[in-house]
Design a protein around this ligand. Structure first.
Ligand code: ATP
Length: 564
């Protein structure tokens, strides 16, 4: 995806309406001081009351129009910004969702959240802050300059003296703004990461007595952010007063030298007053210049960070197979499968040493296979490769005679159930978690089997005893359930899809033997193909084959592993 693609979320409709309104409001703003000159020189000085009242009425209309167009300009700029933020956040999040799991595992969640949320926010400000400031600078100051020259070229020249100085100042300041903005965003992301890690692992952190360590990590990250904020603020604080000083000197010089012209009789009081007004009108937009500079470079630094994320290629789907997977329990054939995780850097293309090395496996329909082995042998990785969550380096997984990468993805997800080692439940009800990602038709088909599946997964009593039944809240990541309950909810969730192959990663260790025996023998009765990954064969599984996995290679399992 080209990085600039995000900019399309700035809808031209809102940008055009915002810019037009802001330009009109600036033009109205330019006209109003001239009314004052006319009122003083033509109305008051010549005692022309009719003209004075007419000018008053014209002023009323112009001030009202000015207020309305200023409001609509800011409103449309806000709409442009919010549309962008919504669309860009969505797009970056969806891009992250499509990245390979192996790549994502190298990235800190807080860092990703920061890019999705804060960095897009900084780009949004191009519309909400930078656009109005640039419009008032170009139209307001440009128009004022033209009027000043028309009113009195001598004074206009005087007013223009600080401009080259201002330009030079901006040029000097500009060079440091982008790296400082980038440093600020990076320290902000580091703080997000520390906060996320400190909160996600709060139970273990408390149990380990590591509260102070994580508090220190958050404090240190906060300190770095504060230092980056202060560096940027002090940089900006120096530019702001420098601009102010130059502008105040212009105002003073206009008053003194213009006053001298009035005394000499070469300038009317009205012209001097209005000149003074116009120069004063420029103050606001010119004071906004540091805001434009910092807003622009902040947005560019944020865009660079998002670009780096968008530049990571998502997993490419393989060419879909011309064959349709046969219904019924799946056959599994694994041919010379090899896999290595990428190294720790998200953008690096290098990989860690191989985890799965030339694995072969053959499972007939309705057979159960247990793959056992020591911790870190590669069992869970094999499970994820069978689910087509990673692309193997070599070899392939063939389900029902078709390469898993070439299956229609939705069908693969429905027909291959998965109960992972770490269960993800989201903060919703039990019912919501069970039926997640099922369309209304699939849900209608599954609902009649719900009670039987809850019974199989040993969840019937939980639902019966809980005051909210199926509406029981699960808490964030299933925090309101025990480890074994989470596994059983995940099993029920997988079975509700009526899978033809189920891969279960270490469920048995979280449940008592009698429950294992009941669950696994009931699963065998369903005649679906089963792959169990763990350290021992669970009661009730009675697998046709047991394999021993070590350092990513499979060996036939010794007979003493067959039973608990
Ligand atoms: N996301 C990852 N990035 C890098 N290396 C990983 C990643 N996940 C696992 N590994 C490594 O791959 C190897 C196999 O891990 P895997 O989780 O497949 O083992 P396992 O046999 O399931 O272990 P356990 O029985 O402890 O669950 C380990 O050495 C592990 O450190």
């Amino acid at each position: 995806m080209p990085p600039q693609a995000l900019l399309r979320h700035f809808r031209p409709r809102w940008l055009i309406l915002a810019t037009t309104s802001l330009i009109v409001s600036q033009i109205i703003g330019l006209a109003t001081p001239y009314l004052i000159k006319l009122a003083i020189d033509e109305g008051i000085a010549r005692a022309n009351a009719d003209l004075l009242w007419t000018l008053g009425a014209a002023g009323l209309i112009l001030y009202t129009l000015g207020a309305l167009t200023r409001f609509s300009g800011q409103w449309y700029a806000t709409l442009a910004g919010e549309d962008f933020w919504e669309g860009a956040r969505d797009e970056v999040f969806q891009h992250v969702q499509k990245l390979s799991l192996a790549t994502l595992a190298t990235q800190r969640t807080g860092e990703l959240v920061s890019r999705i949320y804060s960095d897009t926010f900084h780009i949004k400000q191009l519309a909400t802050s930078v656009l109005p400031a640039i419009t008032s600078l170009l139209v307001g100051v440009g128009g004022t300059a033209a009027i000043l020259i028309w009113l009195d070229p001598r004074l206009a020249l005087l007013a223009a003296i600080p401009l080259p100085v201002g330009w030079l100042l901006l040029h000097i300041f500009r060079r440091r703004v982008r790296p400082m903005s980038r440093a600020r965003l990076e320290t902000m992301a580091a703080l997000h990461s520390s906060l996320h890690e400190g909160l996600a692992g709060i139970a273990d952190i408390q149990a380990l007595g590591a509260r102070e360590i994580f508090a220190r990590r958050v404090r240190d990250a906060g300190r770095s952010l504060k230092a980056a904020e202060l560096a940027l603020a002090s940089h900006r604080a120096r530019l702001g007063p420098a601009v102010d000083l130059a502008l105040s000197l212009v105002l003073l010089a206009t008053l003194v030298i213009g006053g001298q012209y009035v005394i000499d009789g070469s300038l009317s009081v009205g012209t001097l007053v209005v000149f003074y007004f116009y120069v004063g009108r420029c103050l606001g937009p010119l004071r906004g210049v540091p805001g434009i500079l910092y807003g622009w470079h902040g947005a560019r630094a944020a865009a660079e960070r998002i670009d780096a994320l968008l530049a990571i290629e998502p997993r490419k789907p393989a060419e879909p197979s011309q064959l349709t997977p046969r219904p019924g329990p799946l056959t599994v054939r694994v041919e010379s499968l090899s896999f290595a995780y990428p190294s720790s850097n998200i953008a690096a293309s290098s990989t860690s040493p191989g985890v799965i090395a030339g694995l072969d496996l053959e499972i007939a329909p309705s057979e159960a296979v247990a793959i056992l082995g020591p911790s870190g042998a590669g069992k869970s990785t094999t499970g994820r490769l069978l689910l087509n969550l990673f692309d193997p380096e070599e070899g392939r997984v063939i389900l029902q005679g078709i390469d898993a990468r070439q299956w229609p993805l939705a069908e693969l997800r429905r027909r291959v159930g998965y109960v992972g080692q770490e269960i993800f439940l989201f903060d919703g009800s039990l019912r919501d978690n069970l039926f997640i990602a099922m369309n209304p038709e699939e849900r209608r088909r599954a609902e009649p089997y719900l009670d039987a599946i809850l019974k199989l997964a040993g969840l019937q009593d939980f639902v019966h005893d809980h005051p909210d039944g199926l509406d029981a809240p699960m808490g964030e990541r299933g925090a309101r359930l025990s480890g074994g309950q989470k596994k059983r909810v995940a099993l029920a969730r997988a079975l509700l899809r009526d899978p033809d192959l189920i891969i279960i990663d270490q469920m048995a260790t979280d449940l008592e033997e009698s429950l294992n025996a009941r669950i696994f023998s009931a699963l065998r009765d369903r005649k679906l193909t089963m792959i169990y990954l763990g350290h021992r064969v669970p009661a009730g599984l009675n697998p046709e084959h047991v394999f021993w996995m070590e350092a990513g290679c499979l060996h036939p399992g010794p007979p003493d592993l067959y039973q608990p």
